[in-house]
Design a protein around this ligand. Structure first.
Ligand code: SF4
Ligand code: SF4
Length: 348
């Protein structure tokens, strides 16, 4: 589908923790530096974290709501027709009373329609919020689901609709391949599938590929934490005939930057070139959707043509230096160095 107003790229993956947000935020940053008008839309509404890296200043917030049924007990004849109709078990007729479970309601309006007594009205209930702001030149939109609310697609839809029309719109998807991801990638010109070269990563990449195929969406692969000798993700991409767009090395400096809420391109200067190249490849892959403006392409080409600062893929067992570690280990190591006591159970 051709994006209205610019190139619409969704960044998705079959599982959490593969580096979607790393890819999406760094892409937004490098594109903005190249003079592109960029919208970053955080569609991971259950746990949005793009703001930790882009640090936007929010200017607007609006409530997202849905219509849920309200039963007039005076009119209700307790026939149970509404509860029988509701496929989502959001209504239960118990003795002479209709119980409503708003968090299960999909706001289809069907119960109101079938009620013979005209006893059902509808009321608005908040299910989340959408915030708009700016992170430097990047226009930032974030959807946030209300705690306890089960349905994220309406909030994702609202976040996507709230994004102004820019030359490049990046949708940072939630993990997995369920309805929230489908809602995020729907209407995109191209889907970037981020994976990591582990058995779990490859397994979930297969699911993400199937989803993209079912939706008839073009997609390409970014391998994060790429290591020499781990070729499974690359081989799967070749078999599926999807382009390998970029490999981001398994670099401790990137993990440290992530745990400190910094952008990877700031921590590892050579990555700016990687992301500029990725943007150019995306623009070519989605050329039928308009690509990127010439001035932006020229600026990106300049970044790519600069002598590369080497960011080699690390070997599976590095001969020197510590192996890749989890963020808690990083924090503990830093705390030890700073002699600051740390509570391992504290909020990460
Ligand atoms: S369909 Fe109407 S009358 Fe029947 S139980 Fe539901 S609300 Fe009451
Ligand atoms: S509006 Fe639809 S989903 Fe919600 S309670 Fe009524 S029938 Fe069920």
């Amino acid at each position: 589908m051709t994006g209205a107003g610019g190139l619409r790229i969704a960044i998705a993956s079959g599982k959490g923790g593969t580096g979607k947000t790393t890819v999406a935020t760094n892409l937004a940053y490098v594109a903005a530096q190249a003079g592109c008008e960029v919208d970053y839309v955080d569609c991971d509404v259950e746990e949005p974290n793009g703001h930790l890296f882009l640090k936007p200043a929010f200017q607007e917030e609006r409530v997202v709501s849905k219509l849920v049924p309200r039963v007039d007990a005076q009119r209700c004849a307790a026939c149970g027709e509404c509860a029988r109709f509701c496929q989502f078990h959001a209504l239960a007729c118990v003795r002479s009373k209709v119980l409503v479970y708003p968090e299960l309601c999909h706001a289809c309006g069907g119960c109101r329609w079938v009620c013979p007594q005209d006893a059902i009205d509808e009321e608005r209930q908040e299910i989340g919020r959408v915030r708009n702001g700016h992170a430097g030149r990047i226009r930032f939109v974030e959807g946030r689901l209300r705690v306890g609310e089960a349905q994220s697609p309406p909030v994702i839809r609202a976040a996507k609709e709230a994004a102004p029309k820019a030359e490049l719109v990046l949708f940072d998807a939630p993990p997995g391949t369920a309805c929230p991801v489908v809602e995020t990638v729907r209407g995109s010109d191209f889907v970037v599938l981020v994976t990591e070269p582990t058995p779990f990563g490859i397994h979930d990449l297969r699911l993400a590929l199937d989803m993209a195929r079912c939706m008839n969406l073009r997609c390409g692969l970014v391998i994060n934490r790429a290591m020499v000798g781990r070729t499974g993700a690359r081989t799967l991409g070749q078999k599926a005939r999807i382009p390998l767009l970029a490999e981001i090395p398994d670099d401790l400096a990137i993990a440290e930057a992530y745990s400190d809420g910094k952008l990877a391109v700031e921590a590892v200067p050579g990555l700016r070139r990687t992301f500029a190249q990725l943007l150019l490849r995306l623009a070519s892959a989605a050329a039928s959707a308009g690509g990127l403006p010439d001035k932006v392409r020229a600026n990106l080409e300049q970044i790519v043509d600069r002598p590369a600062i080497s960011t080699p893929l690390v070997s599976r067992r590095p001969s020197s230096g510590p192996p890749p570690v989890c963020f808690l280990s990083l924090r503990m190591r830093k705390a030890k160095a700073d002699r600051v006591p740390i509570n391992p159970t504290a909020d990460q």
